[in-house]
Design a protein around this ligand. Structure first.
Ligand code: GLU
Length: 446
């Protein structure tokens, strides 16, 4: 059984880059009939906020991502304490007392000598008496994980055969002086506990992978499969940040961008697939493999979103939008024909409200060329009308008046819709119906 997790820290709203990670996980696991866990990485109790967690759930739901389970790491400290205890007992977690300043000075000395700034493990040499003396001074330990100093290999589903020499890394701090956890230990403990099979995440985490694999093994487990995807960057190469709020999912929703357009841009950018409009998440996930993700940064242009969103609308089947239309009181026997008539003309979904009003409500017709409109009113065919009524009507008008092109069509559009432009009249005319059409042609509000 495939089980993946999306593990945001609830310290802000999620943005397009986070959506990429969430969706790559979701589409991957759904393609394998697997499970998707939403796991809030909220062990930083100061910075994490419940309201952000709730916003993230709303944003994911809007994107169509439905978690099979929602977890909060802040409720699982007992497990992390127990794991830390096991590591201590096995000699893999050791107390260190250096202050941030002392560590900084060490790093500067190493750099001056041209050495890599790797922690020198001085704390391993402390005797129980040394520690007691430090603690008597009021110092509290932070705890580091003792790495094995070996070459750690993994087969990354995006990046292929990968390896990191853990001797090139500092033993990572798992617990701070105040007893709080950094992300590493809770993440690995939970990945084991929740039987995560695949960790799909941004390539900014590649450097953590060797440490985590050693930690999985130190805790008696085996590491999941990793897939590190490239990150979304602007044309100028800038990354996205939660703090700036740029391209937040909530913000894009407020701009009436279609969620499927956001998903398509977030997922397909920087893959071997061209960015294109899709009508469902299944379609987006079809034929998409982690190996299709490129290793170079995923450059995208946010200005593409509006166009992609419009193209998405133009292709959406009625079933997909039925409830959204109903929410605007667009329902009943005309709703489907209405959608099919107008969708190709929409910039944003809310444009439907205007067009429904034009069809069902009253408009002030714009009348140019009154004689022609009188003639047109007399030539209206008998109902029932289908999509051929328009062609039949305008053929008659063409032969009676000798008009063609714009002179033939445009006055009719203005009178019938009150607008210069809009969806094909062949689709609109049967929806407007003869009664309204005839009134509008003769200048009566209808
Ligand atoms: N909270 C981490 C992040 O959002 C999770 C990283 C991971 O997936 O392991 O970057």
């Amino acid at each position: 059984m495939t089980i993946v997790r999306f593990a945001p820290s609830p310290t802000g709203r999620i943005h397009l880059g986070n959506a990429r990670t969430a969706l790559l996980n979701y589409l991957f696991t759904k393609a394998h009939n697997g499970l998707f866990l939403l796991r809030f990485d909220d062990t930083d109790l100061e910075r994490s906020k419940e309201e952000y967690a709730l916003d993230i759930e709303v944003d994911l739901a809007w994107l169509g991502v439905k978690p099979d389970l929602v977890l909060r790491q802040s409720q699982r400290f007992a497990l992390y304490h127990e794991a830390a205890e096991r590591l201590r007992a096995a000699g893999r977690l050791y107390p260190c007392y250096e202050t941030a300043d002392e560590l900084d000075r060490k790093r500067k000395r190493q750099q001056a000598k041209g050495q890599p700034p790797v922690y020198d493990r001085a704390a391993l040499a402390l005797t129980p008496d040394d520690r007691a003396a430090l603690e008597a001074q009021g110092r509290k330990p932070h705890w580091r994980f003792l790495l094995e100093h070996r070459t750690v290999h993994w087969n990354d589903l995006v990046r292929g055969e990968s390896h990191i020499d853990s001797a090139s890394l500092s033993d990572p701090v798992l617990l701070r002086e105040d007893g709080s956890y950094l992300y590493t230990l809770p993440s690995v403990v939970d990945d084991l506990d929740q039987k995560i099979t695949h960790v799909i995440r941004g390539e900014d985490h590649v450097t953590n992978t060797a440490v985590q694999i050693e930690l999985f093994e130190a805790l008696g487990g085996t590491a999941p499969v990793f897939a590190h995807h490239n990150l979304l960057v602007s044309e100028s190469g800038e990354g996205l940040s939660k703090r700036s709020g740029a391209l937040s999912i909530g913000g894009l929703r407020d701009q009436d961008i279609e969620s499927l357009a956001v998903a398509a841009l977030a997922v397909l950018t920087g893959t071997s697939h061209a960015v294109h409009a899709v009508t469902s998440l299944e379609e987006l996930g079809k034929d998409l493999e982690p190996s299709h993700i490129s290793r170079t940064p995923a450059k995208f242009d946010p200005a593409e979103l509006a166009g992609l969103s419009a193209r998405t609308l133009h292709a959406l089947p009625f079933e997909t939008v039925r409830d959204r239309l109903a929410a605007h009181d667009i329902l009943g026997y005309k709703a489907e024909a209405f959608w099919l008539a107008v969708r190709g003309n929409l910039s944003t979904f809310l444009d439907v409200v205007t067009w429904w009003r034009i069809i069902e409500g009253e408009i002030e017709p714009v009348r140019e060329d009154l004689d022609y409109l009188e003639e047109a009113g007399r030539a209206l065919p008998e109902e029932p009308w289908d999509e051929n009524a328009w062609a039949a009507w305008t053929e008659v008008l063409k032969s009676r008046t000798g008009r063609k092109g714009r002179a033939l069509f445009h006055p009719l559009r203005l009178a019938l819709t009150g607008r210069e432009q809009g969806p094909e009249l062949a689709g609109l005319l049967p929806l407007i119906g003869k009664l309204k059409a005839s009134a509008r042609l003769s200048g009566r509000a209808a």
